[in-house]
Ligand binder design. Structure first.
Ligand code: NAD
Length: 326
């Protein structure tokens, strides 16, 4: 089990992400206080507190984790404990005024923390701090839902943050079982920007009736699902061939009258250089003499076969459920 050394953290909010992160960090040995500054009836607060404890137990059971010796997350309601927290995480609605009002309400608690970490999906550090003075470094920690299950997160740190504090934060995130990547303060970061493109294109396909909604979803679950757990999208471009993307992007863009579907400049440049991907040993990545690539391809095929047997098993279970229900 990971041990985050009883790091004290506060989490602002009691919605999906706040609850998921509270459970995640508590399961990794942190002392977690959940501060819910939204005005609520006492009865509603009691329900929220119960739901938090229930999610802690259910998630631990699902992960096969023993909660003995761990501190369950503490629901504090609107009370802000007089404590020093290493990190204050904010998981409030995606609205700047709501987030900034909460930062102001937290006062000294934020000033004493090493960093104030927003779970925002889209706002840059500059947008989160526009027009306010913060006494702590404002960091974006964009986790995925639920954080106790998905390791990846993207992190944006301000240029002014001390290197040792950045390193400590990344160490803490890794210790709690996460895989943080560093990202520029750019709208939508990596994940949300990729998702915006994919989600909007999926809805366009639906709008245009290119396939049924169920079948569009199958393209993800039964197409991409068999590939992307073991391969990144940029690796996939190299494997498929940049030349294919270059020509394919142009023809789809032209046929649909959608210049936005043309490939970016980098693809045109690589195409002009003859760097087509794995087949030329140069593309978006450089494959040297190809030795490591050959090994990687053997391992990846093996991983995909193992993945296929798991996904086929899910499909058989799904088919059995459908048959039983019909
Ligand atoms: N849902 C996701 O999959 C996901 C994934 C990654 C990041 N995020 C980001 O995490 C943040 C929280 O998202 P969520 O999905 O947990 O939202 P949510 O709606 O589930 O939770 C928001 C919380 O804020 C509280 N709240 C609402 N108005 C408030 C106010 N005026 N003052 C104080 N508290 C208030 C709500 O009661 C709730 O506890 C957002 O910035 C979102 O973009 C969400």
């Amino acid at each position: 089990m990971q041990d985050a050394g009883n790091t004290a953290v506060a989490i602002l909010g009691i919605g999906r992400m706040a609850t998921g992160l509270a459970v995640d960090l508590a399961l990794n040995g942190c002392s977690v206080d959940v501060i819910d500054i939204k005005p609520r009836e006492t009865s509603e607060r009691l329900v929220k507190a119960d739901e938090l404890q229930a999610e802690f137990v259910v998630s631990a059971n699902k992960l096969g984790r023993d909660t003995a010796g761990l501190m369950a997350p503490v629901y504090c309601g609107a009370d802000i404990p007089d404590k020093n927290y290493t990190y204050v995480f904010e998981a409030l609605p995606e609205e700047i005024p709501v987030k900034q009002a909460a930062y102001a309400a937290m006062g000294e608690t934020i000033a004493n923390a090493t960093a104030l970490c927003s779970m925002t999906s889209t706002f840059t550090v500059e947008e989160l701090t526009a027009g306010i003075n913060l006494a702590a470094d404002m960091v974006v920690t964009h986790f995925m839902n639920p954080p106790w299950l998905i390791p990846f997160l993207e992190v944006v740190t301000p240029d002014s943050m001390k290197t040792e504090n950045v390193e400590t934060l990344f160490g803490f995130l890794r210790q709690t079982g996460h895989m943080p990547i560093r990202c520029k303060s750019s709208p939508g970061f990596v994940i949300s920007r990729l998702q915006v493109g994919l989600m909007n294109e999926a809805v366009r396909l639906m709008e245009e009736g290119v396939a049924s909604p169920e079948d569009i979803d199958k393209a993800i679950t039964h197409g991409w699902g068999y590939r992307f757990p073991v391969m990144g999208i940029l690796e996939f471009i190299d494997a498929g061939g940049l030349d294919i993307l270059h020509h394919g992007g142009q023809s789809v863009a032209r046929a649909l009258g959608r210049p936005d579907l043309n490939s970016p400049t980098l693809i045109g440049q690589k195409y002009a250089e003859g760097a087509y991907g794995t087949k030329t040993l140069r593309g978006l990545f450089d494959y040297g003499d190809g030795t490591a690539l050959a090994k990687r391809e053997v391992i990846r095929l093996d991983q995909q076969v193992r993945l296929k047997s798991l996904l086929d098993q899910f499909q058989a279970e799904e088919d059995a459920r459908t048959e039983a229900g019909s």
